[in-house]
Design a protein around this ligand. Structure first.
Ligand code: GLA
Length: 423
């Protein structure tokens, strides 16, 4: 999946950009939302209100659209219970969930997941925005939420070319910093986080997205300043400062053979030099076209054969057309509609196709459960997913297992169907 850069920087930007229908939450007792499911469809009801950001180009949807319905809650296993013994189920959180530990989304997380990742609050831009300032509040609450609910806590991220403020790469005179200066900054940053959180954060993404899709090393300030061996040297530094955390190399599009093989070679090379890399993270920002299930299967097989444990770290499934599918640089009303076709609801037939894809994806995951440790969804529900704003702002996407009202979707049932039989 090629990516243009359109960073979504913080939780507030999600909130501000949310333009889904203002339907009140159903108010169901999500604490007891352990579900197995049946599904049905009903006639689409036009939404009673649009949020402020709804596209002005929208017209009434065709009357013959049948909207997918959420599943009927029934007693049954949670996601984590269903996949216990296969892999851990994780989810990425923003502050609206972990800062409101009794909210419905928090209850849903407690029910279904055993590990949490922070969408943003441990990134440099959030926790260390200026040289002299650390903002620990949100990160502390994130870690405490995991601890109080008996969940494993995942750290994301120490070295990445995005969401890292410019000051990191500049000396005090605003000039490009020396390698020595940047090593000192990184050491101080990692040591500070290690001192504050230690083994409470059991796993860390140490380096994120250092490779290009062709397997070459990405140009980035880290590489330019620290040199071509910086990934290995960063792992060496972090393993010294964070001896009790598992250390991960994380990247997207790891299903591309060139990138996958380069990542495996890079990790094996570090291990041959006695540098600790505990596992590889395959982000898993997928869509219905790519990767193919065979590509996912091949990537998992490659890492397993290399003896490298895999974590799927950022899973979601974009169901919207890509800009490449819709011709025309100027987005007039017709093109905008084509790019954002499910503003009112996800049609039941599309929902069925998407759910089928989810099921087949988990079939592949389960097949590789010996070498796959964790599957982490990138967000709790569709409403707040970054994919509503990337790569096109302000669309209505349906990339996760729970809908805007935190109700389970057909996807959820199809995923659960793949849970391996229990002894
Ligand atoms: C990348 C990063 C994540 C997040 C997602 C998009 O995958 O690793 O931190 O920014 O993009 O939300």
């Amino acid at each position: 999946m090629g990516r243009e850069v359109l960073p979504v920087t913080d939780a507030e930007s999600y909130l501000r950009s949310t333009r889904r229908f203002s339907t009140p939450f159903a108010g169901s007792a999500l604490a007891s939302l352990a579900l197995a499911c049946g599904s049905g469809v009903t006639e689409r009801q036009p939404p009673s209100a649009h949020s402020a950001g709804a596209p002005s180009t929208s017209s009434e949807p065709p009357a013959d659209v049948i909207c997918a319905e959420p599943l009927e809650p029934k007693a049954g296993p949670s996601l984590q219970q269903a996949f216990e013994g296969a892999f851990t189920m994780g989810v990425a959180l923003d502050p609206t969930t972990f800062a409101n530990p009794e909210s419905e989304s928090a209850e849903l997380v407690k029910t279904h997941f055993a590990q949490i990742s922070p969408e943003n609050v441990l990134k440099w831009s959030e926790i260390h925005p200026t040289k002299t300032q650390y903002r620990f509040n949100d990160a502390d609450r994130f870690v405490e939420f995991g601890e109080q609910n008996g969940m494993a806590v995942y750290g994301h991220v120490l070295v990445w070319h995005q969401q890292t403020p410019d000051w990191v790469f500049q000396d005090d005179a605003g000039q490009p910093i020396s390698a020595e200066g940047l090593w000192a900054r990184l050491e101080e940053h990692v040591a500070t986080l290690a001192e504050r959180y230690g083994a409470r954060i059991g796993t860390w993404d140490v380096v994120n997205e250092a490779l290009m899709d062709d397997g070459s090393l990405r140009e980035s300030p880290w590489r330019t300043i620290l040199g071509d061996d910086y990934v290995a040297e960063v792992f060496e530094l972090v393993s010294r400062l964070m001896p009790d955390s598992r250390l991960i190399y994380n990247d997207y599009s790891m299903f591309l053979p060139a990138k996958r093989d380069a990542a495996a070679a890079m990790i094996l090379d570090m291990r041959a030099r006695d540098i600790r890399v505990d596992a590889v993270g395959m982000q898993g920002h997928y869509n219905l076209r790519r990767p193919t299930l065979d590509e996912v299967d091949a990537a998992l097989a490659t890492f397993a054969e290399a003896g490298i444990e895999v974590l799927v770290t950022e899973l979601d499934l974009d169901v919207l057309p890509s800009q490449r599918d819709v011709q025309g640089a100027d987005l007039d009303a017709v093109e905008a509609n084509a790019l954002d076709p499910y503003r009112y609801c996800l049609p039941a037939d599309v929902d069925a196709t998407v759910a089928e894809h989810w099921g087949r994806l988990f079939e592949v995951f389960v097949r590789h459960r010996e070498s796959l440790a964790t599957v982490t969804f990138w967000g709790v529900s569709d409403e707040r997913s970054w994919l509503n704003d990337w790569p096109v702002r302000g669309r209505t996407n349906y990339p996760l297992l729970f809908n805007d009202q935190l109700q389970p979707k057909t996807n959820f049932a199809k995923v659960l169907e793949q849970a391996p039989p229990r002894d």
